[in-house]
Write a protein that binds this ligand. Structure first.
Ligand SMILES: NC(=O)c1ccc[n+]([C@@H]2O[C@H](COP(=O)([O-])OP(=O)(O)OC[C@H]3O[C@@H](n4cnc5c(N)ncnc54)[C@H](OP(=O)(O)O)[C@@H]3O)[C@@H](O)[C@H]2O)c1
Length: 343
């Protein structure tokens, strides 16, 4: 492959993973304020599982290039951008467009990746790291000695959340399919099988007084159980609707229902708090603050990695052209961590 040819993955409509298309073209030039990133690693997020079913609540119209985040080196800089940025390794959160060999991003949106962190390692920490860090430290504000419940503790976000919480001195109970339990126990997580029924009773057996925070990406009716598992003073962080991925009908309704519930719980005088976390909050209306927060928090996540507080969980690494396999693998429920795509 000519390294200066653009290769990108197109999601043409609601398709099975094999329906994704590879498109080739010319590498674009950065406009004013932009940088051109030569992708070294991008990844499969739950968002793409939803988008290929037309189920992500604000996805663009088909066809488009998916890819929530990426890591790469700055290949060229546009007008008004410090030319010294060229050659540096950066990370970016883009929501869509990351599954490409070359990606244009506003220079203000890239975050430097410190020396010594590999591209695939860094990739596991971009959207997953920001999401985990902000939910843990900006929403739940956990403290040492507390106990939390992490749903999907083996997943991309879940596995970073678990490690960041443990680094903060927090006890972690984690739901996951039984096949992941040995690995979770080895990490010091107390596992609960979410497929074996009565999750609340199993969690209560481990934490009779409730937990100080619950991180729930599952949504649906289970969110009520998550709320009732909180100890006095506890915080529910709802951040997804994985349970409705395969539903028909409105893609916004499950999220709106969660927002309504969370708002109501927060408004009632019950000594507990509830939030819906959205990594994009503030992106449209307070761009400067959004960028500053993203840069500060991702820098903290990279520092946690360098200290050894967290490890990069690479579930598998596949070239971009084998994206169908990568997506199938991510959806298989057999992997732990992040499926990474490389050029
Ligand atoms: N709000 C935000 O800004 C934001 C940002 C990033 C991610 N998210 C959300 O975070 C979640 C995780 O994303 P990810 O990229 O880390 O995904 P991932 O790596 O695919 O992990 C998904 C995890 O969820 C579990 N799971 C899947 N379906 C489930 C169900 N119906 N009930 C219970 N558990 C289920 C999986 O368990 P198995 O392995 O056993 O299947 C796995 O542990 C997604 O829901 C995503 O939408 C939200």
């Amino acid at each position: 492959m000519n390294s200066e040819e653009l290769v990108e993955v197109v999601l043409p409509g609601k398709v099975e993973p094999e329906g994704l298309r590879i498109r080739r073209g010319e590498v674009p030039a950065p406009g004013p304020g932009q940088v051109l990133i030569r992708m070294e690693a991008t990844g499969v997020s739950f968002a793409e599982q939803q988008m290929r079913r037309g189920r992500y609540y604000d996805q663009p119209a088909f066809p488009f290039v998916p890819g929530y985040d990426l890591v790469g080196t700055v290949a060229a800089t546009g007008e008004g951008v410090d030319p010294g940025l060229a050659g540096t390794r950066v990370a970016a959160l883009v929501k869509v467009g990351g599954w490409a060999s070359h990606v244009l991003v506003a220079a203000a949106d890239v975050v430097p990746v410190p020396e010594g962190i590999g591209a695939a390692q860094a990739e596991t920490l971009v959207v997953n790291g920001i999401t985990a860090w902000q939910m843990l430290h900006r929403k739940a504000r956990v403290r040492a000695g507390q106990a939390i419940l992490v749903h999907g503790a083996n997943g991309g976000v879940g596995s970073v959340l678990v490690q960041l919480a443990q680094a903060a001195g927090v006890r972690v109970i984690g739901t996951a399919a039984a096949r992941h339990h040995d690995a979770l126990r080895a990490q010091g997580v107390e596992p609960v099988d979410y497929r074996a029924g009565d999750v609340p009773a199993r969690v209560r057996a481990l934490a009779p007084g409730g937990v100080d925070a619950v991180f729930d990406h599952v949504g649906g009716h289970g969110i009520v159980d998550s709320w009732h598992l909180l100890a006095p003073g506890g915080t529910l962080v709802s951040y997804g609707s994985a349970s409705t991925r395969d539903d028909e009908g409105s893609k916004q309704w499950p999220v709106l229902k969660l927002l309504g519930r969370v708002w109501l719980w927060n408004a009632l005088p019950n000594g507990r708090r509830a939030y819906f976390y959205n990594a994009w909050a503030g992106h449209a209306l307070a761009r400067g603050r959004f960028r500053a927060r993203l840069r500060a928090d991702l820098t903290q996540v990279f520092a946690a990695f360098q200290r050894g507080d967290i490890t990069a969980r690479i579930a598998a690494q596949l070239p971009l052209t084998r994206v169908a396999e990568a997506l199938r693998l991510a959806e298989s429920g057999t992997v732990a961590g992040k499926v990474v795509l490389t050029p």
